[in-house]
Design a protein around this ligand. Structure first.
Ligand code: PEP
Ligand code: MG
Length: 899
């Protein structure tokens, strides 16, 4: 196997496509060399070598030594200098670079090759001893800290002390002699700490540096960065050994970083910073303030013109915005790096749309370039970029799973009803719970954000908050919540009720205090690209919405109907008249507590108008679009109070004794409610509930029809597992609906279908399709039941399953990205079997996966007609559906029709 790839003098063994092997930096250097840009010569040691090193007890592959030696010799020939030469020494930089950019995470060593002999050679050749000794002290400092792990601070404090003694501020004022004495102090320190002299042999230095770069791949900060950024599947880092060019040889030299377009706005302007007489790390360290490129144009017009040409060549070549690093050495320009530039979400849209207009890329490419996070981050408030990082870190309380992105600031409140009371008084609150249940939705609705100590990405808190686009962090395992004392604590920090906290849902961090937030603006290019996506995609996109408000939001986000309206969510809150919520809560509780048909019917009669009204609101919002309404699903015990005080209150209100209420609650409790008396099983036991719900749906639809609204109700049964069970339910649904329609004398089309949420239902899909006119895959439950993992509890151990450095069993959370291998197999089977019975069977998905890019692409591949996502994820689904269409089209050049 080849481990080392050379580049120089217009030729390169690697190329820009080889990011996985050469890392982004190595691939960029090779490609720039190939296309004739001025790049210093060098070689890249591949990521495969890093992989070998880490897997073989930190030993290099046997042939590496000779490969490196050969390449060093080639480099020496190419640049006409020799490593270790006392007259004109070759100096190199040694930098890391993986396939995915990890800014600041891994190591760099500059000026390697300097020692007591070569420094003199460099001083003579440049006639600049001050520069040579400065370069040497930088090298010793970097080598000591990066390769030998000595504390950086101790070295820097020596530098500071020297500057104070000399009464100077700027490094450029330090004389050669003073740098020389600092080098000697650094070396003494090195010897004292590491027990051996500083290595003088450049070859030894080089191997030390190569090893340190490989080691940096596993440094804690790098591992954490990859975990937080979900960077998986990489072999390691490459090592780039490149001839040094110096930006700090005088005023005719300098270094800079630039972008081919503005990375914040996306505007087509040349954007960047330049620091004269400086080396790269001076820009990063922020010791001196760089000037804008415009100033470079004024000072060095020739260099600027050359750089402008490089800008154009690179954009045309890569057809994307590039982020470049360059150095000017004595009036000569060198390109040190090019890579696809990181950009804000707004810039991502603008650049993609502009490049289509400029004819650089096609619409399809523009669509492929936008990522789900670009869309998500456009909508949510974020922690203002002006907040200093250090300040933030000091305020950190704990971190959990970033269930819904965005940021939220509010006072911590631990009980949902208290959150509502505080909000009524005009307070901004963050609801903090161990976990949430439907009883908490009122408090969740008024909160700025939600924080739970348990749960995963499809826990109740996550699903509900996502539906509202509300920042939510779950699974903060280190958080101890004491409801009685109304406080939470983590790592010795205590937050009492009413204390301000800030949630950063982008990375799942919780901070103490009010951190400043910013609201990003919606760029017009967002609309352009989503319009293109809609024109291209071959699959419908609907929304999961339970209220008229959500339905309006869903339309605004581009949903073409509702794929899931969870009716039980309507029982707890009146979103239009929150003050009236108590009426419906009482009615549903009375219905559940009722131990006889009559009492239950009375309660249901009270609920019917609430439901009818809600459905009318949704139908109106969705005028002309289908609405799938799922009949009641969750475990009943979730709807009733569990503490004695509240039970007493309820008993009083509904005229029963507290004992009866307590007994009934006790009867309803199940040891495994997720697999308990829920979904359509409830309607088999209590057909009067089905009666009420179907009645309310059809009455609402008829009423809307009378008002000229176009309604297309799709009535859906949940958790079905058998065709006889479904037949009973479908027959009853049709009987009630047809009666009402007949009585009204109005033409109304509706369809009846089922969710597929259980393995048995999927396996017997051909039989269920005899009854069902449509299938909607409830992949939250289907994942839970196929994998045997609790959707509410798996968050406790799943992170370990996904952690690259740990068990690495799954590449992603199966409750977030559909497990295509397992659950997907059943989905595919069920669609095929269902359509074997009913060729025009309409099929969609309404689990959380409907808003996840990879899962949406799978849904398209298996032939679904639509996906349904929470309103804020609808644009993600629209984009993903278009991306899926483009990908499939390029595979087989066919387009399915949307139904
Ligand atoms: C599902 O199970 O995927 C689903 C949509 O239903 P719920 O989340 O309400 O159980
Ligand atoms: Mg379900």
């Amino acid at each position: 196997m080849k481990y080392v790839y050379f580049f120089g003098a217009g030729k390169a063994e690697g190329n820009g496509e080889m990011k996985e092997t050469l890392g982004g930096k190595g691939a960029g250097l090779a490609e720039m060399t190939r296309i004739g840009l001025p790049v210093p010569a060098g070689f890249t040691i591949s990521t495969e070598c890093c992989d070998y090193y880490l897997k073989h007890k930190h030993k290099h592959p046997p042939q590496l030594r000779s490969e490196v030696e050969k390449n060093v010799a080639k480099l020496e020939r190419s640049v006409g200098k020799k490593l270790g030469s006392g007259t004109d020494p070759l100096l190199v930089s040694v930098r890391s670079g993986s396939a995915r950019s990890m800014p600041g995470m891994m190591e760099t060593i500059l000026n390697l090759g300097l020692n007591d002999r070569t420094v003199e050679g460099l001083a003579r050749r440049t006639s600049n001893p001050r520069f040579a000794w400065d370069a040497y002290r930088r090298f010793v400092q970097m080598y000591a800290t990066v390769v030998s792990g000595l504390p950086k601070e101790e070295l820097e404090s020596r530098l500071r002390a020297m500057k104070e003694r000399l009464k100077i501020k700027d490094d450029t004022q330090v004389s050669a002699e003073d740098w020389q004495s600092l080098v000697s102090a650094y070396k003494d320190f090195f010897k004292e700490k590491s027990g051996r002299p500083f290595p003088e042999d450049p070859v030894e230095q080089l191997w030390g540096a190569i090893g340190a770069v490989f080691e940096s791949w596993m440094a804690e900060k790098a591992v954490t960065y990859r975990r937080v950024e979900h960077i998986t599947g990489l072999l390691g880092t490459a090592v780039n050994v490149v001839q040094m060019v110096f930006g700090n040889t005088g005023e005719n030299s300098g270094t800079g970083v630039c972008f081919t377009r503005d990375p914040s706005t996306g505007e087509k302007t040349f954007y960047g910073d330049y620091l004269s007489n400086a080396q790269g790390e001076d820009v990063v360290a922020g010791i001196r303030t760089p000037v804008h490129l415009g100033e470079l144009e004024r000072r060095m017009p020739k260099i600027y013109k050359q750089l402008e040409r490089v800008r154009q060549v690179l954009e045309k070549h890569y057809r994307d915005m590039q982020d470049m690093e360059f150095t000017v050495e004595d009036g000569k320009l060198y390109m040190l790096q090019t890579r696809t530039g990181k950009r804000t979400p707004a810039a991502a849209f603008r650049i993609a749309a502009d490049m289509v207009q400029e004819g650089l890329i096609k619409r399809e490419q523009a669509i492929q370039r936008i990522q789900a996070q670009d869309i998500e981050r456009l909508f949510y408030p974020v922690i203002a970029s002006t907040v200093p990082r250090q300040e933030l870190l000091q305020q950190k309380i704990c971190s959990g799973i970033n269930a819904v992105p965005g940021a939220a600031v509010g006072r911590a409140v631990f009980l949902a009803h208290e959150a509502e009371e505080w909000a009524k008084k005009g307070e901004r609150v963050v609801l903090v719970r161990r976990e949430t249940s439907p009883e908490d939705v009122g408090g969740m609705a008024v909160a700025q954000g939600v924080l739970t100590a348990t749960g995963g990405k499809t826990s109740h808190a996550a699903v509900v908050a996502r539906g509202w686009g509300k920042c939510c962090i779950v699974g903060c395992e280190k958080l101890f919540i004491d409801y009685a004392a109304k406080q939470m604590s983590s790592n010795g920090r205590v937050v009492r009720q009413g204390d301000w906290i800030t949630l950063d849902g982008n990375d799942g961090t919780v901070y103490a205090g009010q951190v400043q937030l910013a609201t990003p603006e919606m760029p017009k290019h967002y609309y352009t690209i989503l319009k293109w996506a809609d024109e291209i995609r071959g699959m419908g996109v609907r929304a999961n919405a339970d209220t008229a408000q959500d339905a309006h939001k869903a339309r605004e986000m581009g949903a073409e109907g509702i794929g899931l309206c969870r009716t039980e969510h309507m029982f707890f809150k009146d979103f239009e008249h929150p003050e009236r919520s108590a009426d419906r809560q009482l009615a549903i509780q009375e219905m559940i507590i009722a131990d006889g048909h009559e009492a239950r019917q009375r309660a249901l009669d009270r609920l019917r108008p609430f439901q009818r009204g809600d459905f009318m609101g949704i139908f109106r919002a969705m005028d002309g679009h289908p609405v799938t309404i799922r009949l009641i699903d969750p475990p009943l015990h979730e709807f009733v109070p569990h503490d004695a005080e509240k039970q007493k209150e309820l008993a009083q209100k509904i005229g029963l004794s507290p004992e009866v209420v307590a007994r009934r609650v006790e009867q309803l409790s199940e040891s495994n409610p997720m697999l308990g008396h829920r979904g359509c099983r409830l309607l088999i036991t209590y057909p009067e509930i089905l009666d009420m719900q179907v009645g309310a749906i059809i009455e609402a639809a008829l009423e809307c029809r009378k008002g000229g609204v176009k309604v297309f109700p799709e009535i859906m049964h949940a958790l079905t597992l058998d065709k006889k069970e479904l037949k009973i339910l479908v027959d009853e649904t049709r009987r009630i609906a047809d009666n009402l329609i007949k009585k009204a004398g109005i033409k109304l089309d509706y369809i009846v279908g089922t969710m597929i949420e259980l393995p048995r239902a999927a396996l017997l899909a051909d039989q269920l399709a005899e009854q069902a006119e449509f299938f909607s895959f409830g992949t939250n439950d289907l994942t839970q039941t196929v994998m045997g993992l609790s959707r509410d509890d798996a968050g406790r151990f799943l992170p370990q399953y996904m952690d690259e450095e740990n068990a690495a069993i799954f590449s992603s959370d199966p409750f977030q990205t559909l497990d295509v291998t397992g659950v997907g197999l059943l989905v595919d089977w069920a669609i095929k079997r269902g359509r074997a019975t009913r060729p025009n069977l309409k099929v969609g998905i309404c689990g959380e996966h409907g808003g996840d890019t990879e899962s949406v692409k799978f849904c398209y591949r298996v032939g679904m007609n639509y996906v349904s996502a929470s309103p804020f994820r609808v644009p993600i689904a629209r984009l993903a559906a278009a991306q899926a269409t483009i990908e499939e089209k390029s595979k087989k050049n066919g387009k399915r029709t949307r139904r």
